[in-house]
Design a protein around this ligand. Sequence first.
Ligand SMILES: Nc1ncnc2c1ncn2[C@@H]1O[C@H](COP(=O)(O)OP(=O)(O)OP(=O)(O)O)[C@@H](O)[C@H]1O
Ligand SMILES: [Mg+2]
Length: 425
Amino acid sequence: MYITALDFGSSHIKGVIADLKKDGSLVVLKTIKKESAGIKRGEIVYPEETVKSLFEVLSEARHFDKRCLKTLVCGLSGTKSKFGLSHASVSIPRPDMEIIPEDVERVIHESMAINLPAGWQILHSLPREYVIDDMQIDDADVVGLSGKKLEANVIIISIFSSIRKNFDKVLQLVFGKKSDFSGSIIFSPLACDRAVLSKQQRELGVVLIDVGFGTTSIVVYQDGKMLLAKVLPVGAGNISNDIAIGLKCSVDAAERIKVASGCAFARDVAAKDKFNLSEFDEEHDVTISRKYVAEIIEVRAREIFGLVQAELKVLGKAGKLPAGAVVTGGGAKMPGILNVAREELKLPAQVGLPNTDEFEKNNPRLDDELSDPQMAVACGLLLQQADMLIKRHAGITPLGGGKGGGWLERGSIIAKLIRTFITLD
Ligand SMILES: Nc1ncnc2c1ncn2[C@@H]1O[C@H](COP(=O)(O)OP(=O)(O)OP(=O)(O)O)[C@@H](O)[C@H]1O
Ligand SMILES: [Mg+2]
């Protein structure tokens, strides 16, 4: 079965097409990356614009193989999203007191009975831990256990309804109301987490930082529990704007300068290192110090990690996450970014790549294309969709291995995600 994962980023739509085989293996066939339009700070604000760029992606996919469009999994992001916790309790009414899947459904359903501000809706409800008769059961499947009372602490991810409406509008404009595909919508930071973090990092305590174009998304874990998933309204696109202002050049030229010769840690750049602006913007014949550009970048990079640090302080986790910071997204490709992260967060830092061990590839080139921090969300969407489908079609032989613990562990993650499955048609 073909699956196409689509990450609707503020600068690029990233796609990964894979074949989920009957034995549970996931064979990646193709990646796609196209400039996006109509997406600001991770949120679709002009659906008609986004449709145009989505069409380009889908026509490339369709050209590759029509079956790609049957099952889509899409990432949804935006700063108008909230992470919350809810608690609910149900009694087990049967004499044998054995917990059945319907009891789990009931307790999660109860946990969703919360007061949201007007115009907000729940996107995901993910059980974080269960309590059976006052005994805590961490992140386990409680079906089959016994007790009189089942309680659940549940993570609620809610979004402002307009985000979802515009998303649905794009899909409707592309596929029409009576589309015959199925798929899911997943909060992008959760997908990024799935692709990049290991079980050990989540246990030790870690902050995942996806520095995108218009946003920086963070996910914080300790003791295997998610403490926060949040989208902040600044990203690497702001750096290009700063360079454009600093050098008085176009934003396009500034973007090229940033990628070709940017560095986020000015101390790493020699004072004599210079370039001519005409290499990037022919209207300007002026010599520019690379160190000066790095100083501009560093100010914004420090602001981004400063915002992350403020979130960690609120959680009481600043400087207290032994697995440190894992930086991903296109912004992670900027030289020097890890030094800034280390200084601002006072934590170890590393670049987070999608865990490609979980994929088979039909072409060695795909290894390079997938080992790219910009592909983290798309890879995570694919893995989560595969997790869900495998769970649904129980009986598929699980595979071992993988940074995230392989398919057996997927089972426990999808046990959570399956409840969030939203059919698009
Ligand atoms: N080699 C590079 N060096 C520096 N920056 C880079 C590099 N490659 C990409 N970027 C930056 O990464 C950003 C795009 O990253 P990404 O594709 O993760 O964002 P997005 O998903 O489109 O945005 P968002 O997640 O905010 O909606 C751009 O600002 C781009 O300039
Ligand atoms: Mg992104």
